[in-house]
Design a protein around this ligand. Structure first.
Ligand SMILES: *Cc1c(COP(=O)(O)O)cnc(C)c1O
Length: 320
């Protein structure tokens, strides 16, 4: 793998978020715009991927093999990076073959796809899952689902400095909390490692609480040799990962109009809606400054646009 990672070190801008519910509560929020780092390699996935690319390069591997669903932002980032930096990629997909906007992109980026079915995909946590794939693709480096694990978290540590360096530009001398959407919790773990106890990190869970996020975080911090503290998790999933409802669709629309930023429904809009609930419940004192991480993922929104429009329409239409 010839990829030179020092050639590309994206910087996410930090932008103030002005929405009426924040103004009313006197809470300042700035958004770390990972959605703006690159049109193709958007969001937190690039930062989680970087340590795996470094390991693959050090091991002399020719590319990456990873896994995800047919809307996966992670596989999208892996495939886009492969095309950008000229290494081969293989994707192991959940379910039966289907054509989503994401799958079309994966193919266009040159990723080779294998569909595992649902049962086959569930086997990914078994100890011998990777063995046949690594036998078949001995030149490829495996990346766990979502770019998780300690290396993925370590790739996100730099986000803390990235935000701190830009604080003064907003007139901030410090901040009181981080707020972000959490799926595997890997990005959150990186922020916790970067803060080293100086500032709490709030993870708005995009998946219902019972999906083992807390256990995996404890494992990650144990592997890093640090205490399992410095963060709070809350359920922001609104009943399930892929669930989209009318209130969410209306909130997403209003937030985009109010902020001139774009969000997607499953992670960033749910995280922002959960923040509004906490702000309106008085969980942050007036004068608090919060950094919201825009984790990107806008490519995944394409498949949901029709449903969002339908739901938004059902809210807007007059009740005769
Ligand atoms: C993957 C993803 C997340 C979750 O990141 P984790 O590190 O798995 O917690 C959040 N937001 C978006 C947009 C994502 O694509």
């Amino acid at each position: 793998m010839r990829v030179d990672l020092s050639d590309w070190t994206p910087r996410a801008p930090l932008h103030p978020l002005k929405l009426d519910w924040l103004t009313r509560a006197g809470v300042d929020v700035a958004v770390l715009r990972l959605d703006l780092i690159d049109p193709l390699l958007s969001g937190n996935k690039w930062f989680k991927l970087k340590p795996y690319l470094q390991a693959a390069k050090a091991a002399g591997h020719a590319g990456l093999i990873s896994l995800g669903g047919s809307h996966s932002n992670h596989l999208h980032a892996v495939a886009a990076a492969g095309e950008r930096f000229g290494f081969s990629t293989v994707g192991l997909l959940r379910g039966e073959p289907c054509e989503t906007p994401t799958v079309c992109d994966l193919r266009a980026f040159g990723m080779q796809l294998h569909w595992l079915g649902y049962g086959g995909y569930r086997a990914r946590h078994q100890a011998d899952f990777w063995q046949p794939w690594l036998q078949r693709y001995p030149a490829l480096h495996p990346v766990p689902e979502g770019g998780g694990g300690l290396p993925g978290a370590q790739g996100c540590i730099e986000l803390v400095d990235m935000a701190r360096r830009q604080m003064a530009g907003l007139g901030w001398s410090d901040y009181h909390a981080w707020w972000l959407a959490a799926g595997t919790g890997t990005t959150l773990a990186g922020l916790v490692l970067g803060e080293a106890g100086q500032c709490p990190v709030y993870g708005a869970l995009a998946v219902p609480d019972d999906h083992g996020v807390a256990r995996r975080l404890a494992e990650t911090f144990a592997a890093a040799g640090v205490a399992d503290t410095g963060y709070h998790l809350l359920d922001a999933s609104r009943g399930g990962f892929a669930r989209v409802d009318a209130e969410l669709a209306a909130f997403l629309h209003a937030s985009e109009v109010g902020s001139s930023m774009t969000f997607e429904p499953l992670y960033t809009a749910k995280a922002l809606l959960a923040l509004r609930s906490q702000v309106e419940a008085g969980c942050f004192a007036p004068g608090s400054r919060v950094i919201f991480v825009h984790t990107g993922g806008l490519q995944g929104r394409r498949a949901l646009q029709g449903e969002l429009d339908r739901l938004a329409g059902s809210v807007d239409s007059p009740k005769n």
